[in-house]
Write a protein that binds this ligand. Structure first.
Ligand code: HEC
Length: 167
């Protein structure tokens, strides 16, 4: 009796695992770069390369999906990171942001790098090559700083503050 019940449960789990393989989340593959940050702010080849290897999978319009991203429930978990990362900051859509948002996102970039919070630990665990050296971190921070300088030079100081925080 008991083993029969276990067989049912095991069989049920297997069926569910097979069925969810057919539910495929939308993929982030548009590669639309109309409003890419590099269309207005200089991005050196070196910085471009770092962004590509370490950030763009979650902060651009193009994710390079590994083979295991086709397996559920891994695919959902991965897509959730991509969606959340993109919503917070998308370098491919950067020029659609208001100047104060652009400014703040660069501030955040410097902060995240300073605290070694990005790229996410769960990502570098698999993507060893995405781990940043101190030199790479500094390059990215300097670049983000240069974008902020450029914003300061081109917009009045008021417009670089979030209107909700302005007094
Ligand atoms: C595996 C996906 C992933 C990768 C790779 C990744 N991020 Fe993120 N990033 C996220 C997620 C998810 C969030 C939102 C949650 C959080 O803040 O922890 C985020 C948040 C951020 C934020 C904060 C934005 C805000 O306004 O709150 C910045 C800045 C950032 N990431 C920069 C980077 C940089 C720079 C890199 C590369 C060095 C990078 N990220 C790599 C997923 C990723």
């Amino acid at each position: 009796m008991k083993s029969n019940k276990l067989q049912y449960i095991g069989g049920g789990i297997l069926v569910v695992l097979i069925l969810i393989q057919f539910i495929v989340p939308a993929h982030n593959l548009s590669n639309d770069n109309t409003n890419n940050i590099s269309n207005k702010y200089p991005v050196s080849a070196e910085v471009q390369q770092i962004l590509k290897t370490s950030c763009n999978d979650c902060h651009s319009n193009l994710t390079v999906y590994p083979w295991y991203s086709k397996i559920q429930p891994v695919a959902w978990w991965l897509q959730h990171h991509v969606d959340e990362g993109k919503e917070k900051l998308n370098y491919s859509e950067f020029l659609t942001y208001a100047p104060h948002r652009q400014f703040h996102k660069m501030e955040e970039t410097i902060e995240m790098l300073g605290e070694h919070e990005m790229p996410l630990g769960s990502y570098t665990w698999i993507h060893g090559d995405a781990k940043l050296s101190t030199a790479q971190e500094n390059l990215l921070k300097d670049w983000a700083g240069s974008v902020m300088d450029s914003l300061k030079a081109n917009y009045p100081p008021d417009s670089l503050i979030n209107p909700k925080k302005r007094r």
